[in-house]
Design a protein around this ligand. Structure first.
Ligand SMILES: [Zn+2]
Ligand SMILES: [Zn+2]
Length: 225
């Protein structure tokens, strides 16, 4: 870790630019080319850390399990039904797009309009396919999550890890800021274990003790019911 000359926050010693304030942290003044290369190197390093690395986990400190909370998402049954519906609708939309494009190509219309319809159909197909893929993934994940209680899993691309209890899905959230820098953190799951990762730099990574956390969460849910 090194400390930023400008904002005094800690970050990975292999980075040149501070992930918090963007300040250049170099021993000497860099030339335009050197700066450009340093930016590329930083991006490469950040990408290599886009998922949780073993070496980061080994050194990770513990995140206070009391600072982890739950937010009810919905019932598993409902979640599954919505996903099945979206998969069905996306299939119908996909076929409609293909038919529409086919008819356009065969039809006797102005070439520019033809091109426009094909382009629109292309983007529509891409959009529909993304819904199809993400909801198919959700259906599979829901099937797995139902089997084991409190096995955290990534179910939705836009949400944190999800656990199921008594047929209800809960999103796992961090209630506290990053202990190293005070920025927001988000929760990630890997091999059934939970980690809190800083939104500003993935060098700030914390383990969540699973057993302590599960105990705490069960208590919270039972109090609510
Ligand atoms: Zn800084
Ligand atoms: Zn942080």
């Amino acid at each position: 870790m090194k400390t930023c000359k400008s904002c005094k926050k800690e970050f990975n010693e292999n980075l040149t630019f501070c992930p918090f304030c963007g300040a250049e942290n170099s021993d000497r003044k860099l030339t335009y080319i050197e700066r450009k290369k340093a930016r590329e190197k930083d991006t490469e390093l950040l990408l290599s850390k886009a998922s949780i690395q073993q070496e980061d986990i080994d050194n990770a400190k513990e995140f206070d399990e009391n600072k982890i909370g739950l937010e009810k998402v919905q019932e598993i049954k409902k979640a599954r039904l919505y996903s099945i519906l979206r998969v069905a609708i996306s299939l119908i939309a996909f076929i409609s797009c293909i038919i529409c494009a086919e008819l356009t190509l065969k039809g006797d219309i102005n070439a520019n309009i033809k091109l426009l319809i094909i382009v629109v159909a292309f983007f529509a197909v891409a959009f529909v396919a993304s819904i199809f893929i993400s909801d198919t993934y959700t259906i599979i994940a829901l099937k797995k999550i139902e089997k084991g209680e409190f096995v955290p899993m990534k179910v939705y691309f836009t949400k944190g890890p999800i656990v199921a209890y008594n047929g209800i899905l809960y999103e796992i959230k961090a209630l506290d800021k990053c202990p190293s820098c005070g920025e927001e953190v988000h929760v990630e799951e890997m091999d059934g274990e939970l980690y809190c990762v800083c939104n500003k730099t993935r060098d700030h990574i914390y383990k969540v003790d699973k057993n302590k956390y599960i105990e705490q969460v069960k208590l919270k849910i039972e109090q609510k019911e």
